[in-house]
Write a protein that binds this ligand. Structure first.
Ligand code: NDP
Ligand code: GDR
Length: 361
C-alpha cells in the first residue's frame, strides 16, 4: 500500500463548511489545497489558524487564488494540485442575495460546477479523482412532500436554487455519461459559530449577544414562520467526507429530521441570555417582547421577505444512516447554546460598535 498522503482540493474553503472540512481532512492526514478569492479585505479569517501552521512541513495546507467564474485558473490549479478528492463548496450561497444577483449566482453556482467537471475531463482526472457537489435542500423549494428524501421531486424557488438544480443534474449527468466518481450531498441547513452573519441563525445569535451586552435595542427579521431542519456544520462535513469514501458514487440527503420555525430559534437563542420572549400580534405587526421588562426585542421588517419563499424543510437522512453510517450528533438546543456563547464572547472582545438596528441579510 502507498503511504502517499491523499490530496484534497476544496473550493469555498474560506466559508463556514470549507473551514470545518479543512480541519477534518487535515486531522485525517490529507494534504489540503483550497481556492480563495481575491478580496480587498481579509477573507481567510475562518482558516487562518490552519494557514499559520504552514511552516510545519507535516501540515500541508495551501491556498490558491482562484474563482469558479474563471475556467483557466480552475484548470491550472487542478493540474498543479492533482487532487484525489475535489469538494466543490464554493458558491454565492445566500438565497435572498441571489434575487439581487441572479446572473452571477448562476455563473458561480451552476456554470462554476460545470467548469470544474470539464477541467477534470480535460486533464484526464475523470478516472482518478472523486468529486463532491454541495447540493442543497433548497432544491425541494415549494413543498411537494415531507419529510424530503432522495426521491422527493425538486421545485426550486430562487435563482440560487435554480442554479444549484443545474449543478445537481450536471453532476449526475457526468457520472452517467463519463463514469466520474461524482456525488451530490443534498444538505439541509447547517450552522455554527462560523456561520455567515447574514444567515438567519447567526443574525439572531449575534443580536441576542448584542442586546444582552446593551449594545443593540432590537432585532429586525423577515418571515418568522419559515421552518428549517437545522444541524451543526461540523457533523455535516463528516458526511461529505463519508460520501466520497464510498466505492460507488451516489446522492445523499444529510439532515437532522427535525424542523423548527425561525420564531422558535429566537425563543431558544434569547433564553440562552436569560430572556423569555412573548409573541404578540400577527404578520408584519408581530413582535417578540421580553416577558420581564415589556421591551420589544424582535420586530418584523417586510424588506427581509423573499419574493418566493421555501416554507418548510425537514429531511429524512435514512439513506445516509444506512449506507454511510452517518447521523447528526448535535441537536438544535446545543447548537444554539454554542452559537450564542460564541457571539457573546466575540462581542465582548470586539471594540467596534455593533451594526445599526437595520441589519443586513
Ligand atoms: P459560505 O457562504 O459560508 O461559503 C461560500 C464559499 O464560497 C466562501 O469561501 C466564498 O468565498 C466562496 N465563493 C463564493 N463565490 C465564489 C466564486 N465565484 N468562486 C470561488 N469561490 C466562491 O457557505 P457555506 O460554507 O455555508 O456552504 C458551503 C456550500 O454548501 C455552498 O455551496 C452552499 O451553497 C452549500 N450549502 C450550504 C448549506 C448550509 O446550510 N450551510 C446547506 C446546503 C448547501 P468568500 O469567503 O471569499 O466569500
Ligand atoms: P436559507 O438560510 O435561505 O435556508 O439558505 P437563511 O438563514 O438565509 O434563511 C432561513 C429562513 O429564515 C427566514 N428569515 C430570514 N433569513 C435571513 N437571512 N434574514 C432574516 O432577517 C430572516 N428572517 C426570516 C428566511 O426567509 C428563510 O426562510 C441556507 C443557505 O446556507 C443556503 O446556501 C443553503 O443551500 C440552505 O440554507 C440549505
Amino acid at each position: 500500500m502507498s503511504d502517499r498522503r491523499k490530496v484534497a482540493l476544496v473550493t469555498g474553503i474560506t466559508g463556514q463548511d470549507g473551514s470545518y472540512l479543512a480541519e477534518l481532512l487535515l486531522a485525517k492526514g490529507y494534504v489540503v489545497h483550497g481556492i480563495k478569492r481575491r478580496s480587498s479585505s481579509f477573507n481567510t479569517g475562518r482558516v487562518d489558524h490552519l494557514y499559520h501552521d504552514r511552516h510545519d512541513p507535516g501540515v500541508g495546507f495551501y491556498l490558491h487564488y482562484g474563482d469558479l467564474t474563471d475556467a483557466t485558473n480552475l484548470i491550472r490549479i487542478l493540474a498543479e494540485v492533482k487532487p484525489d478528492e475535489i469538494y466543490n463548496l464554493g458558491a454565492q450561497s445566500h438565497v435572498a442575495v441571489s434575487f439581487e444577483t441572479p446572473e452571477y449566482t448562476a455563473n458561480s453556482d451552476a456554470i462554476g460546477t460545470l467548469r470544474l467537471l470539464e477541467a477534470m475531463r480535460i486533464l484526464g482526472m475523470d478516472k482518478t479523482a472523486r468529486f463532491y457537489q454541495a447540493s442543497t435542500s433548497e432544491l425541494y423549494g415549494k413543498v411537494q412532500a415531507v419529510p424530503q428524501d432522495e426521491t422527493t421531486p425538486f421545485y426550486p424557488r430562487s435563482p440560487y436554487a435554480a442554479a444549484k438544480l443545474y449543478a445537481y443534474w450536471i453532476v449526475v449527468n457526468y457520472r452517467e455519461a463519463y463514469g466520474l466518481h461524482a456525488s451530490n450531498g443534498v444538505l439541509f441547513n447547517h450552522e455554527s459559530p462560523r456561520r455567515g452573519e447574514t444567515f438567519v441563525t447567526r443574525k439572531i445569535t449575534r443580536a441576542v449577544a448584542a442586546i444582552h451586552l446593551g449594545r443593540q435595542d432590537c432585532l429586525w427579521l423577515g418571515n418568522l414562520d419559515a421552518q428549517r431542519d437545522w444541524g451543526h456544520a461540523r457533523d455535516f462535513v463528516e458526511g461529505m467526507w463519508r460520501i466520497l469514501q464510498q466505492d460507488t458514487p451516489d446522492d445523499y440527503v444529510l439532515a437532522t429530521g427535525v424542523t423548527h420555525t425561525v420564531r422558535h430559534f429566537c425563543d431558544l437563542a434569547f433564553a440562552e441570555a436569560g430572556i423569555a420572549l412573548e409573541w404578540r400580534g400577527t404578520g408584519v405587526e408581530e413582535e417578540g417582547v421580553c416577558r420581564a421588562s415589556g421591551r420589544t426585542l424582535v420586530r418584523v421588517d417586510p424588506e427581509y421577505f423573499r419574493p418566493t419563499e421555501v416554507d418548510l424543510l425537514i429531511g429524512n437522512p435514512a439513506k445516509a444512516k444506512r449506507q454511510l453510517g452517518w447521523s447528526h450528533t448535535v441537536a438544535l438546543p446545543e447548537l444554539v447554546r454554542e452559537m450564542v456563547a460564541a457571539d457573546i464572547a466575540l462581542l465582548r472582545d470586539e471594540a467596534a460598535p455593533v451594526p445599526g438596528q437595520r441589519q443586513h441579510g
